[in-house]
Design a protein around this ligand. Structure first.
Ligand code: HEC
Length: 177
């Protein structure tokens, strides 16, 4: 079995190298199509506007709600810092600061958080986070800190909830008005 597979894998590697051995190959036509369909058809909410105003308080509320469980996959900075499997899953976990993610409208980001992206590992938050929490997370996504500036998720060492969330145990979303 393995004897058969090895040469095939080697051929593919060779093929990949012949067609351009680059660190970041340009996205394939297929990947671009998937991306287009996702942005223009799958993900709804394009014209919904964020009912929560951007203030230092709402950014901090969003960061708090984000710390509730997004950090495990996206890192505290939303840019995968300290997430060991970010590139190991398919599709890989994107940097939420990337132009691609930032080009979603606020309403689309809220929709993504609420519904998740099936069949990838991006889970739906409906019923877990309140509307206010999701909207304030969208605000945080628009104001992500510099990459790496917040360190690794403490979730892996069991500390995330101690310093971020112990006080309230749950994201509050209390910033709505
Ligand atoms: C279990 C891991 C996991 C958790 C937890 C998670 N995500 Fe994701 N997220 C992913 C993966 C995997 C993708 C890539 C999905 C894709 O490209 O189809 C993703 C993609 C995204 C995207 C970009 C979607 C796109 O089309 O490019 C946004 C925005 C996002 N996540 C926000 C969040 C927020 C906010 C939370 C917390 C409420 C969260 N995620 C929790 C794994 C996770």
């Amino acid at each position: 079995m393995t004897m058969l597979r090895l040469p095939i894998a080697f051929d593919l590697l060779l093929l990949a190298c012949l067609s351009g051995c680059r660190a970041t190959p340009p996205p394939s036509f297929e990947a671009l199509t998937v991306r287009w369909v996702k942005k223009h058809i799958t993900v709804k909410g394009t014209h919904q506007t964020n009912p929560i105003q951007t203030t230092p308080q709402s950014i901090s509320d969003g960061k708090h709600a984000f710390g509730f469980y997004c950090v495990v996959c996206h890192g505290r900075d939303g840019q995968n810092t300290g997430v060991p499997f970010a590139n190991g899953v398919s599709p890989p976990i994107p940097s939420l600061a990337s132009a691609e993610v930032q080009s979603y409208s606020d309403g689309q980001l809220k929709w993504i958080i609420e519904n998740g992206i099936a069949p990838s590992g991006m889970p739906a938050s409906r019923g877990i986070l309140s509307d206010d929490d999701m909207w304030s997370i969208v605000i945080y996504l628009r104001h992500l800190p510099p990459e790496g500036s917040l360190g690794d998720p403490k979730a892996y060492s069991g500390e995330e909830f101690e310093d971020e969330n112990r006080a309230s145990n749950k994201p509050t979303g209390s910033s709505s008005n």
